[in-house]
Design a protein around this ligand. Structure first.
Ligand SMILES: [Zn+2]
Length: 577
């Protein structure tokens, strides 16, 4: 089966057909119609939005044999005469020279231009058009040659420079740029691309699910040529209707439901689900860069939905996925997730350990300290507890603030009142909630002695674990070393990571102590090497050695492996936060 690529077959032949670039079309068509075509144009914009096509249409319009005919709109090429067809197809043509500056040949060609430009166009009223693609690849030398030409431009010679990276030529080509007319091409919106894909599939009589076309429009990211090439790819991948599943498979996309699953375990705060989730992605051969792309789209859609809007330019199934979980997220949380994603993106794309970066990112999502709705907290503090069943607990606020409140805009991170015992207990589980009887506070206000402290230490850790699992995890590296008045000394394994983390979470630890012993105690940390650990006896000493050993090893690993370093940082951040 011979097959003309769709991108080629549906490439515009008139300015009027340039999609989403009306400002360019109007400008160039007007110049041709008024015979005020400049000597040089610079066309900039992302790939696949029609720069080279516009250049060819300009060349056609200038050389069309039927220019000015009654059935040809003013300033447009006819698209069907010999000259138009030759130029459009890019076949050998003396008057239209296309140079790809990205190839070495292109650079030689550019050096050679000066001589070539001296030859007039082949017909007396024709134009010679040089189309220089990837113009940012031209050398300074080539630009200098071009400058000489443009200082005294031969008649009927037009240069069209196209580039995706205009900033790269700002310096080398400055004198030339002052002599060119510049047109900036726009990225094409997914709605416009979708419309075009519907048109093309109808023309081609290719049955396709709209959701399949929505996916392609999204992946094309503003490039029409890419969109049509992707459609080609999906069509070639199987028989019959082009389904969303086939598009995902042929393009290696991740199903929207996968993002739904991810958002659910993030909302549930189940960090342990991260590893099997990523393992399945990797086992399925998913491209993690693509996964992160899709995740960005999912979070953006979620943000729009949380703010009360309707996400545009996304597939129906992503919209459904996002609808299903939007009530469980506050805008502040989604914003922070987007921010974390942005920070992690480079690591995922550039690192040899993309998987670690993705795992670390998703862990941070799942462990995020949730935004607490200020209104909800104030209401909780001002009203009797019985009337406010929806008071969020810090470990679980994500689902709690009613959406109506969450939208009032005023949000506060970790807004739960700090240390001083609040008049109404917002932070602790409701009275009578499942908590082992042994962990009830003593309530007599007497500071414990070292033996009592050691005996009930596990209860303290568990009390903290209920609120801040990571702080509790860090406490696994600490043992009570003694108590002096109301100052509890904790021996911490010799690792900066843990000492620092616990230092920053001192208030949490003190809160845990207060809960168990019913009195305010403060905390100091001692390095493991200090003699205080004697109080804890031989088994603990051995444990500390192991930990310090592990700390050293971790340090060494971190120094060796950047990705692990980033991962450790990510985890610490949550610890230290
Ligand atoms: Zn023509």
């Amino acid at each position: 089966m011979t097959h003309t690529a769709l991108a080629r077959k549906y490439r515009p032949t008139r300015f009027a057909d340039l999609i989403a670039q009306d400002h360019v079309a109007t400008g160039l068509r007007g110049a041709v119609a008024k015979q005020r075509v400049g000597h040089a144009y610079l066309l900039t914009g992302p790939r696949g939005v029609g720069k080279t096509t516009a250049a060819r249409v300009l060349a056609m319009a200038l050389n069309c044999e039927r220019r000015g005919a009654a059935d040809v709109p003013e300033g447009e090429p006819c698209g069907s005469c010999d000259a138009c067809r030759r130029i459009w197809s890019g076949s050998a043509n003396l008057d239209v020279v296309e140079i790809d500056a990205a190839s070495n040949r292109g650079v030689d060609d550019a050096r050679d231009l000066r001589e070539r430009a001296m030859y007039a166009a082949s017909s007396p009223d024709g134009y010679k058009v040089y189309i220089i693609d990837e113009a940012h690849m031209l050398t300074r030398e080539a630009w200098n040659a071009l400058l000489k030409i443009l200082e005294e431009p031969p008649p009927r010679v037009v240069f069209v420079f196209a580039t995706t990276e205009p900033h790269k030529i700002a310096n080398t080509a400055a004198p030339v740029l002052s002599r060119v007319q510049r047109f900036d091409f726009r990225r094409i919106g997914p709605g416009v691309i979708l419309e075009r894909l519907r048109y093309v599939t109808t023309q081609e009589q290719v049955p396709a699910e709209d959701e399949a076309l929505q996916l392609i429009a999204r992946v094309a990211a503003g490039g029409m040529r890419d969109a049509l090439s992707l459609l080609d790819q999906a069509v070639a991948f199987g028989d019959g209707t082009v389904t969303a599943a086939r598009v995902r498979e042929s393009l290696g996309l991740i199903a929207d439901e996968t993002y739904g699953e991810l958002l659910t375990f993030v909302a549930d705060r189940r960090p342990a689900d991260v590893f099997p989730f990523v393992a399945r992605l990797v086992d399925a051969g998913a491209d993690l860069g693509e996964f992160v792309n899709g995740l960005g789209d999912a979070l953006r859609a979620l943000m729009v939905r949380v703010l009360g809007g309707t996400p545009e330019g996304v597939t129906d199934s992503l919209r459904t996925t996002v609808d299903a979980c939007a009530d469980r997220f506050a805008a502040g949380d989604v914003l922070r997730m987007l921010h974390l994603l942005q920070e992690a993106e480079t690591g995922v794309r550039r690192s040899a350990n993309a998987r670690l970066h993705v795992e670390s990112l998703l862990l941070r999502f799942a462990m995020l300290d949730r935004t607490v709705d200020l209104q909800a907290v104030l209401t909780a503090l001002g009203e009797p507890a019985g009337q406010t069943p929806a008071v969020p607990e810090p470990a679980d606020e994500i689902g709690s603030p009613p959406p109506r409140r969450a939208r009032r805009g005023e949000v506060l991170r970790d807004a739960v009142p700090p240390p001083a015992p609040p008049p109404v207990r917002v932070t602790a589980p409701a009275p009578g909630a499942a908590r082992p009887a042994g962990s009830r506070p003593k309530g007599d206000g007497t500071p414990p002695d070292t033996a009592q402290l050691t005996a009930r230490w596990p209860e303290v850790v568990e009390a903290i674990r209920a609120r801040r699992p990571l702080v509790a995890a860090a406490l696994d590296h600490a043992v009570p070393a003694g108590i002096d008045g109301t100052v509890v000394a904790l021996g911490v394994a010799e690792s900066d990571v843990h000492v620092e983390g616990l230092e920053r979470n001192r208030a949490e630890v003190e809160k845990g102590l207060a809960e168990v012993f019913g009195t305010r105690l403060s905390v100091t940390y001692r390095g493991a090497a200090e003699p205080a650990s004697a109080a804890a006896g031989p088994p603990e000493s051995k444990r500390l050695d192991q930990h310090s050993d592990r700390g050293e090893r971790l340090k060494a690993y971190r120094a060796k492996d950047q990705a692990l370093d980033a991962m450790a940082d990510a985890l610490d951040l949550e610890l230290l936060d």
